[in-house]
Design a protein around this ligand. Structure first.
Ligand code: 7PJ
Length: 274
């Protein structure tokens, strides 16, 4: 079971975390209001399609992305959290900033998804002073530069050691283990080969003793392997989710909820056999 704010989530089958991006729409003149309404509508659609939880992000962490200020990030996230407060599934907020974490928790977030694994000054305390769950993700470097020649001796061992250290620091800050999720961070400072090695050996992270989250949905790794642009990566994304689930991931962070759900029903049926 994962203790996740207002919710306690069973982990006997893989859960689907639907991605909700709140980013300004440069092609419309409707401004912020339009992108917020659109994010809420998209979130409700993902719930209808079977999302078990939602991950709301107001800051792009894609490779090469520029940082967003605290006020801008809050203006994107808070109205979406408020608009979804009655939606019936846990709400995760994808942020690295302690001030955003505190405001999001006050506005009803059930989970903080931090690609920086609570390493920012004040981040451990922001989460400790609450009942929310936290996802600790591995990233080498920072989004702006992380894909510039990442080097590891043994990527799986090094990512595992990092996550073990962050889990220990998180527990020491007073955040119970039943609130912690770990994620190796596919695409965050890893080459194609390093990402594939981590996926192949994803089961080795089970020894961390906390539920594993995996996010490969639509990522450039899948583009490299298939030669397909981001809008045509659904099938590859579902395949990656199936592999992740079969290697022990308990939460799959995905854009294509309906298709992933169908595929995971087959995984659950097989894994349920003796
Ligand atoms: C991840 C994430 C991921 C977690 C993003 C994208 C990039 N959070 N946020 N794990 N990826 N925990 O979706 O392409 O893999 S943003």
């Amino acid at each position: 079971m994962l203790h996740c704010g207002r919710f306690t989530l069973p982990l006997d089958r893989p859960l689907i975390m639907g991605v909700v991006n709140v980013t300004p729409d440069s092609f419309s003149d409707g401004g912020q209001f339009y992108s917020i309404e659109r994010a809420i509508e998209h979130a409700r659609q993902l719930i209808r399609e079977g999302a078990d939880l939602l991950d709301i992000g107001g800051e792009s962490t894609r490779p090469g992305a520029q940082a967003v200020g605290i006020d801008e990030e809050l203006q994107r996230i808070l109205p979406v959290l408020e608009g979804l407060s009655d939606c019936g599934v846990p709400l995760s907020v994808d942020t690295q900033k302690p001030d955003v974490m505190r405001a999001a928790i006050r506005a009803g977030a059930d989970m903080i998804n931090d690609v920086n694994a609570l390493r920012a000054e004040g981040a451990l305390r922001a989460v400790a002073d609450s009942a929310v769950a936290v996802c600790l993700m591995h990233m080498l470097g920072e989004p702006r530069t992380m894909q510039q020649n990442p080097v590891y001796q043994d990527v799986t061992a090094e990512v595992g050691a990092f996550l073990e250290e962050r889990i220990a620091a998180t527990e020491q800050a007073g955040i119970a283990r039943k609130r912690i999720v770990a994620d190796p961070g596919f695409g965050f400072g890893k080459t194609l080969e390093q990402n594939l090695a981590m996926l192949k050996h994803l089961d080795s992270f089970i020894a961390l003793g906390v539920p594993l989250l995996a996010g490969l949905s639509r990522k450039s790794i899948l583009g490299s392997l298939t030669g397909l642009p981001v809008e045509e990566r659904m099938v590859a994304s579902v395949a990656a989710a199936v592999i992740s689930a079969m290697k022990g991931a308990r939460i799959l962070r995905v854009h294509d909820v309906k298709e992933t759900r169908q595929a995971l029903q087959i995984v659950s049926a097989v894994e349920g056999m003796r």
